[in-house]
Write a protein that binds this ligand. Structure first.
Ligand code: PHE
Length: 339
């Protein structure tokens, strides 16, 4: 009996298996019910009593050792199997699907970059505003038509709460809390009560500019806007300022650029005029400065506001405004490589 156990010990020491089938064969041969080791346990009954203790110990050792060896081999095969059969480390990695930036974000960032180069910093304000910051402080008379239900979304319970109709509201907020010099841009979303069509939407985006300091003149405004137009649309771009009216600027103007599609010759896009309007601007009305606690005898400034959708249309010829908010990836993917 003892010799048999020792012989089996040696066999267990020599256990070898290179795959799961070979390992299973070992288990069956030694440890299954009719396996060599199990059968030895049957013979145990015939071992004389005085040897039972010693032989029993040996038998148990043998069984444990066989189980341990099989478990160890199983682990080896498992690990080797995984690295040789399932993982090909030379394979090229799966490409990671990257999202794209929204065209309005791209254009907004470009506008910000251009003005950042001449010292403008950024601020944002709330989209849900009060009447004072959107209209009152900006010199809108109480009966001004822009307050009309046609244009402004009011909250029924409280006529003082509105969705801002322009980013000029951030002008009044910043001027009320900051001392000049102020040279800032205010990008953001604005809301107007318009029927949705290919050319109008109930929300859109603006970038507002504000520069307040001593001795700021209309020439400074014109120079900054010309620099912007040439950076955005190319060095041959021309600008034209037409007199206009806004309650918060005096004098006020609207700026056209030479049509970047036909180079100013005239085409259907510019309605054969050679010019397209891109923004409103003017010198900040002294009343607005005073409303916000800035001494209009000491300081002057200019402001401008442009529609991001409009600039994007000009740059990328997007004909239908609604594409910007429909999240159709076929549209959005076209901007994949833009910066
Ligand atoms: N707030 C004006 C608009 O929404 C644009 C503007 C901004 C005009 C600043 C003059 C100065 O159309």
């Amino acid at each position: 009996m003892r010799e048999k156990i020792q012989a089996l010990m040696a066999e267990v020491d020599a256990f070898k298996a290179s795959n799961a089938a070979e390992l299973e064969a070992l288990r069956v041969k030694y440890l299954s019910k009719k396996g060599d080791i199990s059968l030895l346990f049957n013979d145990f009954r015939e071992v004389p009593n005085e040897l039972k203790r010693e032989v029993g110990q040996l038998l148990n050792d043998l069984k444990t050792k066989a189980q341990d060896r099989i478990a160890a081999l199983k682990e080896e095969i498992g690990a080797a199997g995984a690295s040789s059969e399932q993982l090909d480390l030379t394979r090229t990695a799966e490409p990671v699907a990257l999202g794209t930036r929204h065209p309005l974000t791209l254009v907004k960032n470009e506008i910000i970059d251009i003005f950042a180069r001449i010292g403008f910093t950024i601020a944002e304000g709330p989209e849900i505003e009060d009447d004072w910051h959107v209209f009152g402080a900006l010199n809108f008379a109480p009966e001004h038509p822009a307050r009309d239900m046609q244009d402004t979304f009011f909250i029924e319970q409280n006529p003082d709460v509105v969705l801002r109709t322009h980013t000029s509201s951030v002008q009044s907020r910043i001027m009320s809390v900051q001392k000049p010099p102020i040279r800032m841009l205010f990008p953001g979303r604005v809301y107007r009560n318009e029927a949705i069509s290919y050319r109008a939407h109930c929300f859109f985006h603006q970038v507002e500019g504000l520069y307040i300091d001593k001795d700021v003149s209309f020439a400074d405004l014109k120079q900054a806007l010309m620099y912007f137009a040439k950076e955005m649309f190319g060095p041959s771009t021309q600008i034209r300022l037409r007199p206009s009216y806004f309650p918060f600027t005096e004098p006020s103007a609207e700026m056209d650029i030479s049509c970047n599609l036909c180079g100013g010759k005239g085409c259907p896009f510019c309605k054969h005029t050679g010019w397209v309007e891109i923004l409103g601007c003017g010198m900040v009305d002294p009343n607005v400065l005073e409303n916000c606690g800035i001494d209009s005898n000491v300081y002057s400034g200019y402001a401008f506001g442009m529609g991001v959708e409009r600039i994007t249309n000009l740059k990328y010829q997007v004909k239908d405004l609604r594409l910007f908010s429909e999240n159709d990836v076929r549209f959005l993917r076209q901007f994949e490589s833009a910066y």
